[in-house]
Design a protein. Sequence first.
Length: 278
Amino acid sequence: MKTIRLKDLSIPKEVLIPLKTNTPLDSFISTRGGILPSTVYIVVGCAGTGKTAWGIDTLAKLKEQNPTKRFLYISGEQDEIDNYELSQYIPSLNELETLYLSGVQNPKQLLEETLNEGWDVVLVDSLEVLVGRINTTTNLNQKQSLKCVMELMFKNKRGNNKTKTYTSFLTIQQTTKQGTYKGDSSIEFDTTGMLYIKREENNSRSLIFTKNRRGESQQNLNFNLENGEMVYSLVDNIIKEKSTSKIEEMVSHPLTKIIGRSLVSLLSKEIGKKMKKH
């Protein structure tokens, strides 16, 4: 086995330049402010949380802000008529280049050929469906089919396509009934981030990273579908940050420390008096 030192490597500059949506999502998803090339994010959520709608909106915003780049939506389950109906609620879907796999006899070959064209960001909807389609149309079993899809994504992530494009993937996956990630644990280890979409009782939605190699994790970003697009809100986060900051400021204040010492001293005296009585 040959070991490698980072200083001996030549990291391509393009993988450090983020693609922006021009929304609060940029700073949420990475410290560089946007979706970085050569990344694989697993987008996890229960049915009805809006995973597909969020993915389509994000891809459309990326396309709008980065007109020279290439973006692809892989629709594993929904066909053209299904997506036409969805476009009535999310008009930006009409602008996306889409690969439909419903009814395709050889989805494995079609995926390989299409991804080899070189895309900057690919929305996969969904990992489970792609694996199932390959499983039912080839001699590969379920585990081998999953390995096939993951290897295909990581091949293109590393720029191994005819345009040498470092592809990023937003890959949708279902959850269990308990709301946890449904799939092979090795995927969690290998991917850039695990992004959960949650739907509250008041119908509002939020994003939270349980893992993010390019940015912060365990922080919420709220959003809602308004007039056919996702609108993000940082209000709750700002209030929380300000409250935490205020508490830290009070704790570190010199007067607080003096009051604290005084209270300890007073309590010690009272305990001493009671012990003398006994």
